[in-house]
Design a binder for this molecule. Sequence first.
Ligand code: ADP
Length: 404
Amino acid sequence: MNILVINSGSSSLKYELFDMARREVLTSGLVERIGEPHGMLHHRWRTENGVTDHLDRKVDVADHREALSAVSEVLRGTGTFEEVRRLRAIGHRVVHGGESFQAPTLIDQSVIKTLREVSRLAPLHNPANLLGIEVCLDAFPNVPQVAVFDTAFHQSIPAHAYHYALPHQLYTEHQVRRYGFHGTSHAFVAKRAAEYLGRPLNQVNMITLHLGNGASAAAIARGRSIDTSMGMTPLEGLVMGTRCGDIDPALVFYIGQVTGKTPREIETLLNRESGLKGLCGVNDMREILRRSENNDAQASLALDVYCYRIKKYIGAYLAVLGHLDALVFTAGIGENSPLVRRRTCEGLQPLGIALDAQRNEQTTGAAREIQSKESTVPVLVVHTDEELEIAEQVRDVVAPASTP
Ligand code: ADP
């Protein structure tokens, strides 16, 4: 069974085609700078003898429709179009499902209508996701298409955790509440962590830490999300590459007063000029680690603030969960930075969390445990694969209970 996963952004279109039986990526790629000068198409595919090949090509594409045509052309050229013909379904990543979508959903006209309505909750992301859906519905009218939401996994969060202490009308009339994001990643690593522990997912409590360019923590009780650090938008919570995470909300007004910036400019400042980048000028953790090693005070401060915020969330979620079966690190930084893991877990021995220095330094793609003998809580590093999780959820919708 072949499933195509589409992640459509405002100026990019990512795609990945899975052979679900073999859990293998047949082809994948990305069109960037759609509607802008100097567009590029990066394409990877498996050749007949099982080797991965790639090509990078300049493409001038005015919109997502032209981007999809460019992808079709390259699929034909590289002999992978036959695999696309055998498509069983297409999965679309959708950032915000609001309260309307609690699970992956087969797309029809009424779903599209609801998607348009919830788009106002995520004006930066959902319209681009919808574009991808519409273009694929036209190109593959006979293939079932499924929307998979970043917010869906967190729809199990209870009311006391998702309500802001704001006038209730803002919730009833404008759906102001916490939703949480990165749901596919938290769901994926939670499943893999439970498999690693050899226990049923619905019997394990975990804290999952997705530390990529965006970052979020989730408290998972018996397999279900009961709290997460992102809120109504992905701006809340942990320190991120360019997002500030938690701040005093009054700062928005203060920043406006002292800088004369408009609300739109402040939104950009908090989303794109803050976080690690705001603190030290760069958002790439590898660069920050290098600079900090060379005694760059700003980079060291950024690292301190970053790790301290994660530690606070671990403490909070330990209190929320009561009992913890695993602490799980994932995504670019979580999987690859022993130093961030060490700094985050430092001093948590009284709470049952301690790392083994050697295990923590190991680098392997496989799921592994890095806690010391004294640690009562397993600490795991698990590679996340949001596209594969989307493909698995799509398979469960179009072919429930089938083996791949
Ligand atoms: P995205 O949210 O864009 O998918 P990723 O999960 O790829 O992000 O994570 C990107 C982050 O991971 C960057 O800050 C990058 O510097 C960091 N990263 C990648 N490899 C390493 C590494 N070996 N050590 C430290 N940080 C790393």
